[in-house]
Design a protein around this ligand. Structure first.
Ligand SMILES: [Fe+2]
Ligand SMILES: [Fe+2]
Length: 581
């Protein structure tokens, strides 16, 4: 018997998830504005190096379940399910497994199979978006385990666009039907294969990926891929099938509705013994997860031994999550990994320490996970987006934050990842955060994302050449949208020549550096030492800068520096405000 998976409480002997303080990343960016100086030497520069170039402390270990559960949250977004639906499904599956008295390896397989059940949902998503005009989740999922006729009827309802009617609707069905018939089996095969590959990369038990080949099988052998029937279907899959339908039907009705549906499907889609087990314990199995967050309970529910990832295995798993996101459009293949590599190299060029470089690179791997919440058709549009489509796109970094914020490990990446479309002058999205609120690492990721995206094809344009992308990026910096130092580092990391920028108020590069250092509280003498120039020259730069900016005090110059992105948040001795949820 399992014994340790009980709704509403953690097993006393279960180790707590890794204790992470969830603290915000420290900034480490006093080098901004200094890095171009000829000789940032001397005591001040050393002090700067020691104090400010420390990176975000990168955790060395994560529970596999934490990462896979985050992927499961992303699949909720991709499927159009309520957030945490996949976790609730897993809890139902684990309660079923416990009642069935399965052994511990089977329980572990059930756990990971359930969390990964929809990991293939972004496979060929653009094709599915073309074939089906309406939502498969709305029309197919309620009858996915029903009779053949019900399944076919669900598919037909999903073919025409939601708003079509009468003759148009019929014509659309006729037009789309052949492609659906042709693509169905290859698509489902591919979705299973992708789930298997991702399952392996995120570190699930070695026995789990092969099981995912049976995700779509039915007890009666009439599954769409027809790979097995009855007892030939591995037990974890038979449990997950009942749990999946029970969880979905619970969204549509009360427990009596769930009982009716599951009983009707017993012996057809479902193993009768498992269906009966669900019906017998329906209240205990379904009701406990109606309240509160399922995150902690899901983590507490992992059968022992608790699995962990460290070192390269973490990067491999995060890269798998990035690939899962990129699968939503063929235009995005390799985007997340490319951005991560570029951002990591650029962060190193900005003198961020190795822990910080690791954090930026990992944030890059998962920065676009929120893309899966946007309909695949939107990413394929060659035309101008509608207001609704634009809003979907605008919110994808917010969804990134939602996916990352539950896990203590991943939440340390969230402030950088979710800010990848923010701009220094506040013109970005989704928060519209402005200069002082954006850390250097966030600025580096934003610049890396912009550069890499420019070099990739999009439905409405060809990819830009590396040099053209570097020019465009420089223009963004000159316009005050991207951080000049981050852009320089990204362009250099990409192997292109560093651009020159126009600084605000006509400041020269050196004057901008001086203002930046003044804003951090350095006296003129310290500025001179940091930049390796004489005090007289430093004072000359200060006076020139004040005149150009139109101020006469350090306070006003500091305000100007913050407003125009000459200092990043965290560089100034001000308290960080609580991050909005
Ligand atoms: Fe993005
Ligand atoms: Fe991106």
């Amino acid at each position: 018997m399992l014994g340790q998976c009980t709704a509403g409480r953690k097993a006393p002997s279960d180790p707590e998830p890794e204790s992470k303080d969830g603290s915000q990343p420290r900034d480490h960016s006093l080098w901004r504005g200094v890095r171009h100086s000829a000789a940032p030497a001397g005591e001040v520069a050393e002090a700067i190096d020691a104090e400010y170039c420390r990176g975000v402390s990168a955790e060395s270990e994560i529970r596999t379940a934490e990462l896979v559960a985050a992927l499961c949250l992303a699949t909720d977004l991709g499927m159009g399910f309520p957030f945490e639906h996949g976790l609730h499904t897993t809890l139902i599956g684990m309660r079923l497994a416990e009642r069935l008295g399965v052994d511990r390896p089977t329980a572990s397989e059930t756990y990971y199979v359930s969390l990964l059940a929809h990991a293939g949902c972004t496979t060929d998503a653009h094709v599915t978006g073309e074939v089906f005009g309406a939502s498969l989740t709305t029309h197919l999922n309620p009858v996915m385990y029903g009779s053949r006729r019900q399944v076919l009827s669900g598919l037909m309802r999903a073919l025409p666009a939601e708003d079509s009617s009468g003759p148009t609707r019929a014509a659309e069905v006729v037009r789309r039907l052949p492609r659906m018939a042709r693509d169905k089996r290859p698509h489902l095969t591919a979705a299973c294969e992708v789930a298997q590959m991702l399952g392996e990369r995120v570190g699930s038990p070695a026995s789990v990926p092969p099981l995912l080949a049976y995700l779509l099988e039915r007890w009666d052998g009439h599954g769409p891929l027809g790979r097995a029937k009855g007892d030939e279907i591995p037990l974890p899959l038979r449990i997950v099938a009942v749990a999946t339908d029970a969880a979905f039907q619970r969204l549509l009705g009360d427990t009596a509705h769930v009982v009716r549906v599951v009983q009707r499907r017993s012996g057809h889609a479902f193993d009768p013994e498992i269906a009966a087990c669900l019906v017998d314990g329906i209240d205990e199995i379904l009701e406990p997860d109606r309240q509160g967050s399922a995150w902690e309970e899901t983590l507490a529910c992992e059968p022992k031994p608790v699995r962990r990832l460290d070192g390269d295995a973490i990067d491999r798993a995060l890269a798998a999550i990035g690939d899962f996101a990129d699968l939503i459009s063929p235009y995005l293949s390799g985007h997340s990994a490319g951005v991560a590599d570029l951002a990591g190299a650029a962060a190193r060029g900005c003198h961020v320490d190795e822990a910080g470089v690791t954090t930026v690179r990992r944030a890059g791997l998962v920065h676009d996970i929120g893309r899966v919440a946007v309909h695949p058709r939107v990413w394929q549009q060659p035309r101008r987006l509608t207001a609704d489509e634009s809003e979907q796109v605008r919110l994808h970094p917010y969804h990134t934050e939602r996916v990352l914020s539950r896990s203590p490990f991943l939440s340390a990446l969230a402030p950088i990842a979710e800010a990848h479309h923010e701009r220094v002058n506040g013109s970005g999205y989704h928060r519209g955060a402005a200069g002082p609120q954006l850390t250097l690492t966030a600025r580096v990721l934003a610049a890396a994302d912009a550069y890499h995206a420019m070099t990739e094809p999009r439905p409405h344009r060809e990819p830009l050449s590396a040099s053209r992308a570097a020019d465009e990026l420089a223009r963004e910096a000159s316009a005050g949208r991207l951080d000049a130092d981050a852009v320089t580092a990204v362009v250099e990391a990409a192997g292109e020549q560093a651009p020159r920028f126009a600084r605000p108020a006509g400041l020269t590069e050196r004057e901008a550096q001086v203002v930046s250092l003044l804003a951090r509280g350095l006296q003129t003498k310290q500025v001179a030492r940091a930049l390796g120039i004489s005090v007289k020259t430093a004072d000359h730069h200060v006076q020139n800068a004040y005149r150009k900016i139109g101020v006469s005090t350090r306070a006003a110059a500091t305000l100007f520096a913050m407003e125009h992105g000459l200092v990043a948040w965290g560089e100034l001795p001000i308290a960080r405000t609580t991050r909005r949820s």
